[in-house]
Write a new protein. Structure first.
Length: 440
């Protein structure tokens, strides 16, 4: 009996030390992080990784501490280690995004932020992150345009891959004022459709708009056979797609697309499209297929079906969507959001309208700026996110379970003649009876 009792006491003491140390360690780390003593937190967490190298949350917490301490390389190493061990520690994607943004790599930062939003939608932090994504996209587009203008003399389209293409707003001067926004709507949908071809690298519309701003051109003057090569040069695109839209009698449209080589200035005519205004979406599809044929790109059945899918059959919804894009380009995000919402209300299946409405909402009001809040301010908002932090052990419940299953305690009130004294007591009892001899 004495040997058994001593062995059980040893188990209890070991368990208390292990669980107590873990809880104490997290408290120390928590206090150090709150106090900004990141070096101390790093020391404690580094020791913890040697004791529990497979604990993903310790590595994630260590990456967080390194980030705040300004140790970017160590932060990335620790955060990636955490994700290798547990790819559901989504907070680690946020901190990897923080590091990338801090280093000026907006493309990579946006990728990490989008992963977080995709994995943890409908949370307060996801909404904050979506707002930042929208603002950083504007910032990235402006930086791209300014850099292109600064380095224009150094740029050489000869080195651009033939797979790169930019879709410039079609000239809509020959349309009534109420229909002119169609030029932007068509460009947006064409960018979306061309992006479904893996072999193509399509310049996003936001970058095109910012280059047009830098050139001080109106959207109608942004494309002709003489300006297109320069646009391609600034956009980093070997080809530029644009053209003219004209209004015809009896509510009909004529679209004359032009595909211009930024390398040679050669102009290709994929073929005019003429049809009823109400069928403009079908005309857009025919135009995309004609352009791809002109580029000698063969499509799989799946790719062709994806491009052929109509975003909306409603002309009213598409016009509202196009007006929203026009307002968005002007920085009038409140008006843009109203138009996008109107398009989505007319046709709830028009998903692009809903997505743009959400994005414009993030950019409206005080957030309507290409310069978001500072990274320090944004990263501080993660204080409410605890998923990647070390889990503080519930010492009482875990230790009690170990003791009870080990046979050292029995809930008070258990019948003296009950079964085996090592049977765990009924939960909810607050006092225990300790069996055994401790007189030596």
């Amino acid at each position: 009996m004495r040997i058994q009792t001593r062995a059980r006491i040893g188990v209890v003491i070991a368990a208390m030390l292990v669980l107590g140390c873990a809880a104490s360690r997290e408290r120390v780390v928590g206090r150090a992080m709150q106090a900004g003593d990141y070096d101390r937190a790093i020391r404690v967490l580094t020791i913890a990784t040697t004791e529990r190298p497979q604990d993903a949350k310790i590595w994630a917490r260590l990456g967080e501490a390194h980030y705040y301490a300004g140790h970017d390389t160590d932060a990335v190493d620790a955060l990636n280690k955490a994700l290798v061990l547990d790819d559901k520690l989504y907070g680690s994607y946020l901190f990897l995004g923080f590091v990338a943004e801090k280093q000026g790599n907006l493309d990579r930062a946006l990728w990490y932020y989008q992963v977080y939003v995709d994995r943890k939608p409908n949370t307060a932090m996801a909404r904050d992150t979506q707002r930042r994504i929208a603002a950083l996209k504007l910032q990235r587009a402006e930086a791209f345009a300014q850099d292109a203008m600064t380095r224009e003399k150094e740029l050489s389209p000869a080195g651009y891959p033939d797979s790169t293409i930019g879709v410039v707003y079609f000239n809509a001067d020959r349309l009534p004022d109420s229909l002119r926004p169609l030029a932007k709507g068509l460009a947006e949908i064409m960018v979306t459709d061309l992006s479904k071809v893996p072999k193509l690298q399509v310049v996003e519309r936001l970058r095109i708009d910012r280059v047009i701003d830098e050139l001080k051109l109106s959207s109608s003057a942004a494309f002709d056979s003489t300006t297109a090569p320069r646009m391609g040069k600034l956009l980093g695109a070997a080809r530029v797609l644009g053209g003219d839209i004209s209004s015809l009698p009896q509510d009909r449209l004529r679209i004359d697309p032009q595909l211009v080589s930024a390398k040679t200035g050669e102009v290709s005519m994929p073929g005019e499209q003429v049809g009823a205004l109400a069928k403009v979406m079908g005309m857009e599809k025919d135009m995309v297929f004609a352009v791809l044929k002109k580029m000698n790109l063969k499509l799989t059945a799946e790719q062709r079906a994806a491009i052929a899918k109509m975003p909306t059959d409603s002309l009213a919804a598409f016009l509202a969507f196009s007006r929203g894009l026009d307002y968005q380009d002007r920085g009038e995000f409140d008006k843009a959001q109203r138009e996008f919402n109107r398009a989505h209300t007319i046709d709830p299946a028009f998903t692009a309208a809903g997505q743009h409405a959400t994005e414009s909402g993030y950019l409206s009001g005080s957030s309507a700026s290409a310069t978001p809040q500072s990274l320090d301010q944004f990263s501080a908002t993660t204080s409410d996110e605890t998923e990647w932090q070390m889990e503080t052990p519930n010492t009482d419940s875990r230790l009690n379970t170990l003791l009870e299953n080990g046979g050292l305690i029995r809930g008070a009130g258990s019948p003296a003649s009950s079964d085996n004294p090592y049977t765990p007591p009924v939960s909810g009892q607050s006092s225990v009876i300790i069996d055994g001899r401790f007189d030596e």
